[in-house]
Design a protein around this ligand. Structure first.
Ligand SMILES: [Zn+2]
Length: 255
């Protein structure tokens, strides 16, 4: 059994074959899909799909760092009430992205801090998007981390030093997806130095398809391809990878 801890299956990219993908997932043992929100436009779709596939799809509430613009306070005010109304499993996805836009760093930081505080207030885990921003995120977590804060660095793609720094916070796991299957990504060399108890599986569908589908639309039913790669790295069966990473996901998300 597998959990896809990060999929945007509610997006229009899946309108034509969402049900079919859900059935593929069931056949392959991908039994739970966690849905990070992006912004005010996607919130209703996250909830709609979570309701349509109850028990399999679970909603998150949050504002994605790439959607943090000058009107971010309005966005946050729109999104926050959903924490009470839709019973989300996490605050996500939130964080800082300096790959697409460095000019919004200041407001990205403010939006991130605000949402980490929501997580502390409502005792929910956080799903962190970090792109070229590990140091900026560490600076904030060094200040805000408590024994109660937990979550995941989704699509982890940094050094073993950064991995160890994340794990030292105490409540965080690393989300590993399709990138680990790419030739020369180097993430496999980092992953092999990390205990499997610290890892959860994710696709980030429709983005970052694993090999041999790199560059094509990603989907949650590709999770076994990622588990197979981890099976090579850790020298345990894909079933065991599924069992351990699902337990890790349950620990963080309480699903
Ligand atoms: Zn995402």
């Amino acid at each position: 059994m597998y959990v896809d801890t990060h999929t945007h299956i509610y997006l229009k990219d899946f309108d034509d074959d969402r049900k079919q993908i859900i059935n593929e997932c069931k056949k392959l043992g991908v039994t739970k899909l966690l849905l990070p929100n992006i912004d005010s436009n996607s919130m209703e779709d996250v909830i709609k799909i979570s309701n349509e596939f109850k028990g399999m799809c679970f909603p998150m509430v949050g504002l994605h760092p790439c959607s943090v613009k000058q009107n971010y306070n309005e966005e946050l005010s729109f999104i926050k009430p959903y924490i009470k109304s839709c019973n989300p499993i996490a605050i996500g996805e939130i964080g800082i992205d300096l790959y697409w836009d460095k000019s919004t760093l200041d407001i990205q930081k403010k939006a991130f801090i605000k949402q980490v505080n929501w997580a502390l207030e409502f005792e929910l885990p956080i799903v962190i998007h970090a792109r070229e921003s590990y140091n900026e995120i560490f600076e904030i977590l060094d200040f805000l981390n408590t024994s109660k804060l937990k979550g995941v660095f989704h699509c982890f793609s940094s050094t073993i030093e950064d991995a160890n720094r994340i794990l030292k916070y105490g409540g965080f796991k690393l989300g590993i997806g399709g990138v680990v299957t790419f030739k020369n990504s180097g993430i496999d060399k980092v992953v092999e130095q990390i205990e499997i108890e610290n890892i959860i599986l994710e696709t980030d569908a429709p983005y970052l398809s694993p090999a041999p589908f790199r560059g094509k639309r990603n989907k949650s039913s590709y999770i076994p391809l990622i588990a197979n790669k981890l099976s090579d790295i850790y020298k345990v069966s894909p079933e065991e990878i599924g069992k351990i990473t699902s337990k890790n996901a349950t620990e963080i998300f309480n699903i």
